[in-house]
Design a protein. Structure first.
Lengths: 344, 261
């Protein structure tokens, strides 16, 4: 056994970049994204669902990187999303700055907050990070109500001006296109990061932190980076949602979002960043789009998560991936092709 | 074949409650030298490795690498050229053999917050990490690891040992700490690890080898440090050590200690 193989050879016939699984993933998910854009079209209700789904997807992706990959659980996600939203509210009413500045400021503020909370609890067990961030989320909710001069109190901030794009105002459909493409781009980036040396180090720090330390990467710093990036992504979701609705209040992003953030990646499948996006789509579908279940959406969501975790602990994507592998093995076994190895 | 002093520890000590696990150990490791660390169970071998690597802070004593003070967490010591394996393999079982070795190869590039942020950005642009492939391939070949796409959770304990040694070698260390690398490995694995140790020794790496298996250790090491209840009872030539009264006493004596020869 001297042969060392690192990659599976792709079928011959196409140039290298076109036949890689990576290209398939990127183009396939782009097609799905464009499909959702076409589905939303000019229908206001569908557009609302698409915005909600995009926000949930960014929330889930923001949780996926630090929690599912690095194993650090922050529970202040409602605050991160709200910070992104209020950044848009403040910049969009009190300044003349372009709104993307608000996305950046919100992301930076959320990341800084996540890093500070993570740093304060870095020498304690993961439980303390969860507890401290949860308390912060609760306190932040009160702060939004009390700091009337900044946040507008219980009323919130309304009449936020829309996003302008190359001088012109971006209409609702145009903003859907932009938002969903951003979600696609973030998901592609996170999934590539997952497989990269950085992502491998992140996942190792979840399973064997001592080995990561011994290899030369400081685990506390690694965790803080993951927490900061996750918070920034969730904050971007809040910013885009607020831009779409042109209003934000203390009830826009509630503490229940934290539970969604934890369970969406589990539901869709932790094995890939796309599991987080799929989880978000399913949540929107289950809680809002199924008319029959109008009032019991969250109950159905709870039961669905429970069922998925019991039947398919690796989530829906993990389950379908397993089924696909099984089928492929079956097919190759029955048809032992004589051309095998021709492409080498 | 020995050269300049790489690693030097003086008066290292560590207590747990009232028990002195390591009690005033001094040691010196030169470039191109293999130092065998032997002793019965509970002699303090793994604790000593932890003190060198920084996994546990020492209560007393000083440590230097190439004349410069060696302190801080393991990540900082690794950046000074230290690499280690663990008594019980520490592998990410859901990741592949390649990915576990990649951790060692890529770690130097991910040092510090700047390195982490660069690694994050590079991950989105070039996820394959091709620039580490050559190192991964080379150490995998040296240890005859075969298919690198296998999940580490599917490997035998012996294969996991090989992956762990490969990960440590991928760090390109100047000092390598191997904590019982042969335990659970089959004959081919033992040969592969011993060959890999000889190869890096020839390149000037200093190696500390902890093992119960006195026969394997004796054939591989230049010098032996015999530990008993946290103190060094013999430091010198392997053949002399085997014949010494201390060795007889530690392994075959009537001290009531665990005999694991």
């Amino acid at each position: 056994m001297n042969a060392v193989s690192t990659t599976r050879k792709a079928p011959p016939g196409l140039p290298g970049w076109a036949r890689s699984a990576e290209t398939g993933r990127v183009l396939g998910t782009l097609a799905l994204t464009l499909g959702v854009i076409a589905w939303a079209g000019g229908d206001l209700f569908r557009q609302d669902l698409a915005f909600l789904g995009a926000t949930y997807a960014l929330l889930a992706l923001g949780m996926y990187l630090p929690f599912n990959l690095a194993g650090t659980l922050s529970l202040a996600y409602s605050a991160y999303v709200a910070i992104g939203g209020y950044a848009v509210g403040l910049v969009g009413t009190k300044t003349g700055w372009p709104l993307p500045v608000a996305y950046l400021l919100g992301a930076l503020a959320s990341a800084a907050l996540a890093v500070v909370l993570g740093f304060a609890t870095r020498r304690l067990s993961g439980f303390y990070l969860a507890a401290v961030t949860m308390l912060f989320g609760v306190a932040f909710q009160s702060f939004l109500l009390d700091a009337k001069d900044i946040t507008g109190g219980a009323v919130g901030i309304g009449s936020i001006r829309p996003l302008t794009f190359f001088g012109g105002e971006l209409d609702r459909h145009g903003f859907i296109v932009l938002t969903l493409l951003i979600v696609w781009l973030v998901a592609v980036a996170i999934d590539r990061i997952r497989r990269s040396p950085f992502g491998v180090t992140l996942q190792s720090s979840r399973d064997v932190p001592a080995a990561v330390e011994a290899a030369g990467v400081g685990v506390p710093a690694l965790r803080l980076v993951a927490l900061g990036v996750g918070a920034a992504i969730a904050s971007l979701g809040g910013g885009l949602f607020t831009t779409a609705n042109q209003t934000i209040g203390p009830d826009t992003f509630t503490l229940s979002l934290v539970m969604l953030a934890i369970f969406m990646p589990l539901l869709g499948g932790q094995g890939s960043a796309w599991g987080a996006v799929l989880g978000a789509v399913l949540v929107v579908e289950l809680t809002f789009n199924l008319q029959i279940f109008e009032r019991s959406g969250s109950l159905i969501f709870g039961v669905a998560v429970l069922a998925v975790l019991l039947i398919a602990p690796r989530g829906i994507l993990g389950y379908t991936g397993q089924a696909a592998r099984f089928l492929r093995e079956r097919l190759t076994r029955t048809s032992r092709t004589p051309t095998e190895g021709a492409g080498r | 074949m020995t050269g300049t002093v790489l690693l030097e520890g003086t008066g290292l000590g560590k207590s747990y409650g009232g028990v002195r696990a390591v009690d005033g150990v001094s040691l010196r490791l030169s470039a191109g030298e293999v130092l065998g660390l032997i002793g019965p169970n509970g002699a303090g071998k793994t604790t000593l490795v932890d003190l060198l690597d920084g996994a546990q802070p020492a209560d007393q004593g000083t440590l230097s690498i190439r004349g410069r003070k060696l302190t801080g967490p393991p990540s900082r010591r690794a950046r000074s050229g230290l690499a280690r394996t663990f008594q019980h393999p520490h592998l990410a079982l859901d990741l592949t053999v390649r990915e576990n070795i990649l951790l060692g190869a890529a770690a130097p590039a991910l040092a510090g917050v700047g390195g982490l942020l660069r690694g994050l950005a590079a991950g989105a642009v070039r996820p394959a990490g091709k620039r580490f492939d050559a190192v991964v391939r080379q150490v995998a070949q040296a240890l005859e690891l075969g298919d690198l796409g296998r999940r580490c959770g599917d490997l035998t304990l012996g294969e996991q040992r090989l992956v762990e040694v490969a990960r440590a070698l991928a760090q390109r260390p100047s000092v390598l700490l191997l904590d019982e690398p042969f335990a659970g490995a089959d004959a081919a694995g033992i040969t592969a690890i011993a060959d890999a140790v000889r190869a890096v020794r020839a390149e000037g790496c200093g190696i500390i080898l902890v093992d119960h298996n006195v026969d394997v250790v004796a054939s591989l090491v230049d010098r032996i440090l015999l530990l008993r209840t946290g103190t060094v009872v013999f430091d010198g030539d392997p053949a002399e050590c085997m014949a010494s009264a201390e060795m007889q006493d530690v392994y075959f004596g009537t001290g009531g200690e665990n005999v694991v020869a």
